[in-house]
Design a protein around this ligand. Structure first.
Ligand SMILES: CC(=O)SCCNC(=O)CCNC(=O)[C@H](O)C(C)(C)COP(=O)(O)OP(=O)(O)OC[C@H]1O[C@@H](n2cnc3c(N)ncnc32)[C@H](O)[C@@H]1OP(=O)(O)O
Ligand SMILES: CC(C)C(=O)C(=O)O
Ligand SMILES: [Mg+2]
Length: 556
């Protein structure tokens, strides 16, 4: 039993913003993305990335189309410092990409940071100090004035150190760390004081980054805070307003989306939501959320599994199978009614039309996945899923009655094992039930004699030496008469269907036959052979066995 929380935790105060605009806005374009994987993501790893891993990750981010990449905290470690040097001296930074680095508001660290950036064509130096009251009190033992003075001092250091390296095109970024838990007027004042130092121009717009360092409220409150700050920042037209949500409450994606509706121009985050504690906001989810609204996310995510492979190998952390868009199971339906709807949706989906396959918010092929995993069968599945797999893997489209009968048998298998049933296992159940001979008349060979125009006499020879002769107006009709004579029943074909099997090098033919015996009982059989006539005779014989064996009829 949890303890009463009311004496230990406080509700996040509501934000009074009566004329808030963001709720009636929608997202219409991608923000400026900044990947913080190599800094915020990296600092949260059990084992931070080594130089090779960072370089591999960096190159992937560039290939994906990121134009701003926070690559390091250069004053933190020699590895990070050397990595920045290698990026610059090794000329690994394309002309349209700007690297960003983070530093605390301490002069020694700032000096080292600028040292790491020597020779860079462009760079963003990102400085932060915590501004929330409990951080001021607990971590810094600072008055608000001292916190403000530290930020202004840091802004001045950045400006001065940048002036000593004029060949680089500098941009500055300031984060009031723990912004979302800072008194909002104080947050505004400290950001504006920093901007006063930097004197923004259109040519080098500073970035004001407003982090939810620890996510503490519902996303609407964060959106209110961002909308209010956007309206209160000085030099707003020459300032890039950035957000940096963490995911402590599990709503970082929502917070980032609402914040953009509230006026944020830029989003910092990490791929698949890596980052401190529960992570930074997941840029892939944000981007694909835009994509599925018909908006170009301005990132190349057309090969999501390859991206996931690089990220998991570099971070040495797995991705949850239910993770939006990328998880192993997120495009898979096991349950019968979902499978039925997906199967119907896939069948009618216009390749050039609006995507409307039920239960699939995105076409898996758009992110480089196949349809293989879309439907998987277990005890929760129905005829739709089972027949989808047979169709996809073997090219066999069963009539509805067969689907219903086979589904029962497949479900019996999955109930018994408690496991998933593969397409191959379904095919085996199908063969055992409809194809494999279950009686004495196993086909050996046959002869076909033309008696007159359209009239055939067929002699069926079985492996046990028995023979049956019949006449009819085609080979199959004659075979039916032969089997009828043999079994002493009138037999009538009520359904016939043939197809080429997809699996197997010689593409054998499959014949499906339904016959009606005396008292109107309808049974089914299937036959496989490279010759469609023989496949049909085998199917007929197998159906006749079902008639004799008192097998249950097909459902009506
Ligand atoms: C929310 C975020 O993600 S912020 C980024 C966090 N990332 C990291 O910290 C990773 C890299 N950091 C490091 O490797 C180290 O912290 C270093 C190398 C930068 C500094 O190490 P140290 O000098 O040993 O300082 P350490 O971090 O242990 O101590 C924090 C000190 O810096 C102060 N400090 C913390 N943040 C800041 C800041 N943004 N600006 C100025 N001072 C700060 C603290 O008040 C404390 O001061 P005190 O020693 O007077 O009590
Ligand atoms: C340094 C800042 C931007 C940060 O990572 C945070 O507040 O989460
Ligand atoms: Mg962070």
């Amino acid at each position: 039993m949890l303890k009463n929380p009311s004496t230990k935790y406080q509700a996040f105060p509501a934000f009074n913003l009566p004329n808030r605009q963001w709720p009636s806005r929608t997202l219409t374009q991608a923000p400026i993305w900044c990947s913080s994987d190599l800094r915020d993501g990296n600092q949260s790893l059990i084992e931070p990335m080594n130089a090779q891993q960072k370089m591999r990750f960096f190159k992937m981010l560039v290939a994906m189309g990121f134009k701003e990449i926070e690559v390091a905290f250069p004053s933190a470690s020699q590895t990070d410092f050397d990595f920045v040097r290698e990026l610059i001296t090794g000329q690994h930074i394309p002309d349209d990409v700007t690297i960003q680095v983070l530093t605390q508001a301490r002069e020694d660290l700032i000096a080292r940071t600028f040292e790491s950036l020597r020779g860079a064509k462009r760079a963003i130096v990102h400085v932060y100090n915590a501004t929330a009251p409990h951080f001021r009190r607990i971590v810094f033992n600072h008055t608000p004035e001292q916190t403000m003075a530290l930020a202004v001092q840091a802004a001045t250091w950045l400006k001065d150190y940048a002036a000593q390296q004029p060949a680089t095109h500098w941009r500055f970024e300031y984060s009031p760390e723990v912004f979302s838990q800072t008194e909002f007027r104080f947050a505004r004042d400290i950001c504006n004081a920093v901007l006063d130092v930097w004197q923004p121009t259109p040519n080098a717009k500073p970035i004001i980054n407003l982090p939810a360092t620890i996510e503490g409220s519902t996303p609407n409150v964060y959106a209110d805070q961002i909308e209010w700050m956007s309206s209160q920042l000085k030099y707003r037209n020459n300032v890039v307003l950035s957000v940096h949500p963490h995911n402590d409450r599990g709503t970082a994606v929502a917070a980032a989306e609402l914040a953009q509706m509230a006026g944020a121009d830029r989003v910092e985050g990490c791929l698949f939501g890596n980052g401190e504690r529960t992570g930074n906001v997941d840029i892939i989810t944000l981007a694909l959320n835009l994509y599925t609204q018909g908006i170009d996310p301005q990132l190349d995510i057309g090969h999501i599994d390859e991206i996931a492979r690089v990220v998991t190998e570099c971070n040495q952390l797995p991705i949850h199978p239910r993770h939006p868009y990328v998880g192993e199971l997120v495009h898979t339906a096991f349950s019968g009614s979902h499978q039925d709807a997906i199967k119907k949706g896939m069948a009618v989906q216009n390749p050039n039309g609006i995507w409307e396959v039920p239960y699939l918010p995105i076409d898996p092929q758009d992110i480089g996945r196949s349809y293989d995993a879309v439907i998987r069968v277990n005890s929760q599945s129905g005829k739709g899923g089972m027949s989808y797999l047979l169709e996809r893997e073997y090219g066999v489209t069963l009539p509805r009655r067969w689907q219903m009968a086979l589904a029962k048998q497949v479900q019996a298998v999955s109930d018994e094992t408690g496991k998933e049933v593969s397409a191959q296992a379904i095919w085996q159940v199908f063969q055992a039930r409809y194809v494999e001979p279950q009686g004495p008349w196993q086909y050996a060979h046959h002869t076909d004699q033309r008696l007159a125009e359209g009239m055939h006499e067929v002699c069926l020879v079985f492996t046990n030496g028995q023979q049956a002769v019949g006449q009819g107006n085609g080979v199959l009709d004659a075979a039916v008469q032969a089997v009828a004579a043999l079994s002493g029943q009138t037999i009538q074909i009520t359904h016939y269907q043939e197809c080429s099997l997809r699996r197997g090098s010689d593409a054998p033919a499959l014949a499906l036959i339904e016959i009606q015996g005396h008292q109107g009982k309808t049974v089914a059989g299937a036959g496989i052979d490279t010759d469609i006539v023989i496949a049909s005779i085998r199917a007929l014989l197998q159906a006749s066995h079902q008639l004799l064996n008192e097998q249950p009829p097909l459902p009506a």
